[in-house]
Write a new protein. Structure first.
Ligand code: DUC
Ligand code: ZN
Ligand code: ZN
Length: 478
């Protein structure tokens, strides 16, 4: 087994930072040492197989992106990143684990949907991966199958209050699924938007000739998110289910979460980089030479981008500081403009919903440290430690300590990252939703279970390095 010493860096955790060397044996961390430590009169550095010099750099637990959609069949097409391309891009960006959503479609058995997802991922991933289960058809058989998911290492499932006719569950179905959540301890993850009402608004806009991508965000008004978030909270209260609301973008939805949490309910929420940085106004202003006003399709996702004037982005950052939101995931769901987003050229409802960000989450959140929105420790907590705790991986992942997997990122605060299609882009997309973003920091070296997979700008890992992660129940609830 290879022994590695990451020396001279500042090890950053969710609770502090310290100058320390990290000793790795094979796939695991075995010790945090005083810098320059000796063993039986010999420097540790001289006795290991490999030394990674982290002088002047941060040494952090690898990022965990708990919300991704590789190869998701959606909107008449399929998300453009495969498990291979998406996890490789993740590694480039300092993410060393993902939790993707296995899908049960309407009429399908959960067992079959899950098996299909294992087939897509197995042997293809660059980093470790786990699954949540999307339940797109709540019925007696799926409720019974859901209860067995924890035995498979799947301790969370997602329901949709949006997308009627696709993934939508009505309140009766949600109630029944939440009873399973209560009985098993599985976390209910909720896409909280009032889908039926949104569909009416969207139809009315199209009838008025308002078909540009911008109107996607008008139809999906924040009231639709606030209302659904409140309803999900009340159903969770009634049933006693723990609730995790995904991709929160409206400040009013955060207020609902804060209200429920203040009353002692087990309710959590994530936001995504797009809701921290991008806005509806940016989407309206976007009209490039190639796509004209359809340029805005690049940022069509659900929940949608929100108005900056209304202060949603500011509220998201604030909620990350106050712990009204606990985590940042990407909802990575990439589509190309060509042949995919352009399905909605004449009708925004036909644009496949999704943004690709898996490669940039760690950088974009680090920029929040640079601009003073969050601390260095909170950066680690939001992107790695809490995702591990929330989804039953903590101890193995999300922390640098003896016994933990050596998933480690050496991050250079003196480096620089220029995001753009021609510059730093490894996702399988023909555009970048983050073109032109500049980051005052850079991923330097990435280790996945002790193996160096990214060195500088080079990927040096291999397809199939990543293993399936059997997760336990949420450790955030204990
Ligand atoms: N939102 C998206 O933007 N894409 C995939 C599914 C979702 O809920
Ligand atoms: Zn969703
Ligand atoms: Zn999603």
């Amino acid at each position: 087994m290879t022994t590695t010493l990451i020396s001279g860096g500042t090890v950053v955790s969710a609770t502090g930072r310290a100058a320390a060397d990290v000793l790795i044996d094979g796939e695991q961390v075995v010790a945090l040492l005083q810098p320059g430590s000796e063993l039986l009169g010999t420097s540790v550095a001289a006795s290991v197989d490999r030394v990674i010099d982290a002088t002047g750099k941060y040494v952090i637990p690898g990022g965990i992106d708990a919300h991704t959609h590789m190869q998701l069949p959606f909107g008449g097409t399929e998300a453009s990143d495969t498990f291979e391309s998406g996890t490789r891009a993740a590694a480039h960006g300092g993410t060393t684990s993902i939790i993707d959503f296995a899908v049960q479609t309407y009429g399908q058995r959960i067992e079959d949907g899950l098996a299909a997802w294992h087939e897509k991922a197995a042997g293809n991933c660059a980093i470790d991966y786990g699954f949540h289960q999307i339940v797109g058809d709540v019925n007696e058989a799926s409720l019974a199958a859901m209860a067995k998911l924890p035995d498979e290492g799947i301790s969370s499932f997602k329901l949709f209050m949006a997308y009627p006719g696709v993934f939508y569950s009505d309140d009766a179905q949600i109630l029944k699924a939440m009873q399973v959540s209560r009985d098993t301890g599985m976390l209910t993850m909720m896409h909280a938007e009032n889908g039926p009402a949104i569909d009416v608004l969207a139809q009315q806009l199209v009838d008025q000739g308002k078909t540009d991508p911008y109107y996607h965000g008008i139809a999906r008004a924040w009231e639709m998110e606030e209302e659904a978030t409140h309803r999900a909270i009340m159903l969770a209260k009634l049933t006693g289910a723990p609730l995790y609301v995904v991709h929160v973008s409206a400040k009013q939805a955060v207020e609902q979460l804060a209200w429920a949490r203040d009353k002692g309910q087990n309710v959590y929420g994530e936001t995504c980089p797009q809701y921290l940085y991008l806005s509806l106004e940016d989407q309206l202003g976007a009209s490039g030479p190639e796509w004209g006003s359809f340029e805005g399709a690049k940022w069509v996702c659900s929940t949608p981008l929100r108005s900056r004037e209304e202060g949603h982005q500011h509220s998201m950052w604030q909620a990350l500081r106050t712990n009204d939101l606990q985590m940042v995931s990407t909802d990575h769901c990439p589509f190309c403009m060509k042949d995919q987003k352009e399905l909605g050229l004449s009708d925004f409802r036909k644009i496949p919903n999704g943004i690709g960000s898996i490669e940039h989450r760690m950088d974009l959140m680090y920029q929040g440290v640079v601009t003073g929105e969050i601390t260095l420790e909170r950066w680690v907590e939001l992107t790695s430690t809490t995702p591990a705790r929330m989804f039953g991986l903590y101890g193995r992942k999300g922390v640098i300590q003896p016994g933990a997997d050596a998933d480690i990122v050496v991050y250079d605060p003196n480096g620089h990252t220029s995001i753009g299609l021609e510059k730093t882009h490894h996702m399988n997309m023909d555009y970048s939703a983050w073109e032109g973003y500049e980051i005052d920091g850079k991923v330097d070296t990435v280790l996945s279970r002790g193996k160096v997979v990214v060195e500088g700008d080079a990927y040096v890992g291999a397809k199939g390095d990543g293993r399936f992660l059997k997760r336990g129940l949420s450790q955030y609830l204990i």
